[in-house]
Design a protein around this ligand. Structure first.
Ligand code: SF4
Length: 219
């Protein structure tokens, strides 16, 4: 999709949310602390029903973490536990992610923000449809505008292919490269659930996160 089409989609989405007037949150313009603007944005979209997932979700899952984070972790979509609790990356995979973050001297509260491309759970954890991604991805753009991370890390193949619009690309072809996502560097690595399923992947994932830490030192 061209940049002008993406701008059109963003404006259409905000138009549907806020009406004909172009919405500019004054806190975005004036505050160095994006926390209040992020909270305000959450309140604006938490009841979203732009796609059918809004009618099947249990909880809307916006994201958690440090609004001033230099590292933004993005998964594909909430799973069953996330849908139940309203928080991304909980359960065993979330605990493993917390351990990985601790190993690179970070945490959910410290210099990391965690969210998903999709804010609502697709039924039975199916992959999100492209029409659903079209509806929801502008919310991620807005979160990025507010947080202004130095690096985005897509967790898992589906998150990576969805963000980079490289449908059917293998994870091995996406790892080990610095991609560009709307002007912010993006790296793709394993989803922590994949590391739980196959511990042989852990050394490669650890290499990725050491690389991520070294990139963040220069941000
Ligand atoms: S998935 Fe995104 S676009 Fe669809 S209802 Fe939920 S918040 Fe809205």
């Amino acid at each position: 999709m061209s940049e002008s089409n993406e701008i059109h989609r963003y404006l259409k989405q905000t138009g549907e949310l806020f009406g004909d007037e172009l919405y500019i949150d004054p806190e975005i313009v004036t505050a160095d602390d994006p926390g209040p603007a992020l909270k305000s944005f959450y309140n604006q979209i938490k009841n979203c029903t732009q796609c059918s997932l809004g009618t099947t979700r249990d909880q809307f899952v916006f994201g958690v973490g440090d609004p001033n984070a230099s590292l933004l972790l993005v998964g594909e979509a909430p799973g069953a536990e996330e849908d139940r609790l309203g928080e991304p990356f909980v359960g065993r995979a979330g605990k493993l992610l917390d351990k990985i973050l601790a190993a690179i001297h970070r945490s959910r509260e410290k210099d990391v923000y965690i969210c998903n491309v999709m804010k609502c759970r697709p039924p039975n954890n199916r992959d999100p449809l492209s029409s659903e991604v079209m509806s929801c991805e502008p919310y991620l753009w807005r979160q990025i505008d507010l947080i202004r991370p130095g690096l985005i890390v897509a967790l898992g193949r589906v998150a990576g292919t969805t963000l980079l619009k490289k449908e059917n690309e293998a994870l091995k072809n996406l790892r080990g490269k610095i991609h560009d996502y709307h002007g912010t560097p993006l790296i793709v690595t394993y989803h922590p659930a994949a590391l739980l399923r196959n511990s042989n992947l852990k050394p490669a994932a650890w290499e990725d996160f050491q690389w991520i830490e070294s990139i963040l030192e220069g941000v």
